[in-house]
Design a protein around this ligand. Structure first.
Ligand SMILES: [Mg+2]
Length: 192
């Protein structure tokens, strides 16, 4: 697989609606709380058709907080993957960290453990690839792993929030459609 044909996506706020404070625990705890954002399925389909290997990297600390179980997370994941696949939008694999900051694991973004695992398991080299997320930890993790970060405003972050961040995203777009438009027009990211 070619190095520049890998793309990483965060899940909540990118593919599906970030649950924010509207549900108990502020996590997607079951499939019925999972809502695809407008245009996200089509955007992933376009990446798939363009030959991208798509990998999801997501923090789901709600599991270790007891908001939902790992089985529920798996069920949500399987439903998401199969729905996407039905629409010609295949994900290579989704990786989840279920720990909290206090667990001091190596996989919770902004740490890069899940990216490393993806590289090893899938036999890919991802340096310079895009990582599309909606949060500060996404930008920090992507930056730390040598990825080109695109911050979306379709989740938990506003443009004003970014001003206070030490590590800034390479690009900001309103939603996944906007980011994919950019990626497909600029397949080889320029290094700054
Ligand atoms: Mg997110």
């Amino acid at each position: 697989m070619k190095e520049n044909k890998i793309i990483f996506l965060d899940r909540d706020g990118v593919i599906n609606r970030d649950p924010g404070e509207f549900v108990p625990c502020s996590y997607v705890t079951s499939w019925k709380e999972f809502f695809f954002l407008p245009g996200s399925i089509e955007s992933i389909q376009r990446l798939d058709q363009a030959g991208y290997g798509i990998i999801v990297i997501s923090n789901q600390a709600g599991v270790s907080k007891g908001c939902y179980t790992e089985e529920q997370l798996n069920e949500i994941n399987e439903n998401m993957l199969s729905t996407l696949k039905q629409h010609g939008a295949s994900i290579l694999k989704a990786y989840y960290c279920i720990h909290q900051s206090k667990d001091n694991c190596g996989c919770r973004k902004p740490k890069t453990g899940l990216f490393e695992r993806a590289e090893q398991e899938l036999g890919i080299r991802s340096r310079g690839a895009f990582f599309i997320g909606d949060g500060k930890m996404d930008v920090e993790a992507g930056h730390a792993f040598g990825l080109k970060t695109i911050l979306l405003l379709s989740g938990k972050t506003s443009k004003d929030d970014v001003q206070a961040w030490r590590i800034k995203p390479d690009l900001i777009r309103n939603d996944l459609q906007g980011a994919v438009d950019y990626v497909l027009r600029n397949p080889r990211p320029r290094t700054p």
